[in-house]
Design a protein around this ligand. Structure first.
Ligand code: PEP
Ligand code: MN
Length: 287
């Protein structure tokens, strides 16, 4: 970490709290739970996600510019998808996160979404990182498919040094030799980053696991080891997802997961906020 300047902690208690919207933050005592489909597919799909989860999670996700391995696969709804996300964030008073793949997409995404995500495949797209340094919105920086912790921190340093202090790191698994899990979730990196940097650390167990039956336990482990939040893929009809169907939770499973995280959060001195003005559907279960 020799050359990092802005990402490093200056004291053991130094931590940055990043605001996604007026009432939603990551990096403080409150955890951030982000949920939604891999891809925005339709207004009806996103409406179902938001209706079911708005009292449970703090932010929605959904890709509209999709980095697909095959050029023949669904590439995302683009601007139409951004308009769906924009309507959702306003009606449900919930911030939305979506991926930016190119400098030319920044202006439209920043106008319609609360947080811009740099995907794994673009972690070292340095021109994109420099441009995001000039954006007045938080950036979720996913770990590259095979990036070292140092390369990842230096990628964050690009955004920070170009003027944007609101960077959230997201561990999403790294490539290894075993294809049983899609990637290997590196929780050691989460612990290390919490010691080295003051930036919030989010964990995406969905792209790490690649299989829905592994996601909830990995999410619980992430919170237990000090992550500041999780980002999980879920869908009203998981098997019908146009992308990443195999790793998608149902909306009911997503609610159950968040419920199970509350006691783990409390054990590590964190909490999952209930939305102001929204009657929490889980409270009846808990008392
Ligand atoms: C995603 O979050 O939809 C995504 C493409 O993730 P990653 O960049 O981690 O593969
Ligand atoms: Mn995905």
């Amino acid at each position: 970490m020799q050359k990092a300047k802005l990402a490093l902690k200056t004291s053991p208690t130094h931590r940055s709290i990043v605001s996604l919207s007026d009432h939603t933050t990551i990096g403080g005592d409150d955890l951030l739970i982000v949920a939604g489909p891999c891809s925005v597919e339709s207004a009806a799909q996103m409406e179902a996600v938001a209706t079911h989860l708005s009292a449970t999670v703090q932010a929605f996700r959904g890709g509209v510019y999709k980095p697909r391995t095959s050029p023949y696969d669904f590439q995302g709804l683009g601007l139409e998808g951004l308009e769906i996300l924009d309507s959702l964030r306003q009606r449900f008073h919930t911030p939305v996160i979506t991926e930016v793949m190119a400098i030319g997409q920044i202006e439209a995404i920043a106008a319609h979404a609360d947080v811009l995500q740099v995907g794994s495949r673009n972690m070292q797209n340095f021109d994109l990182l420099k441009a995001l340094g000039q954006v007045d919105k938080p950036i979720v920086l996913k770990r590259g498919l095979a990036a070292t912790i140092e390369e990842w921190v230096m990628a964050a340093e690009y955004i920070l040094s170009h003027g944007n202090p609101n960077v959230i790191l997201c561990e999403r698994g790294i490539r290894s030799f075993d294809a049983y899990t899609r990637n290997v979730l590196d929780l050691g990196a989460v612990v290390a980053l919490k010691q080295i940097t003051h930036l919030p650390v989010l964990v995406d167990p969905s792209h790490a696991a690649g299989k829905r039956e592994l996601v909830a336990d990995l999410a619980r482990a992430a919170i237990a080891c000090g992550a500041d939040g999780i980002m999980v893929e879920c869908h009203p009809q998981p098997d019908q997802s146009v992308s990443d169907a195999r790793q998608a939770l149902s909306l009911e499973e997503m609610v159950e997961l968040v419920q199970s995280l509350r006691s783990i959060a409390a054990a590590v001195g964190r909490s999952i906020p209930f939305k102001a003005g929204v009657s929490p559907r889980l409270s009846l279960v808990e008392v």
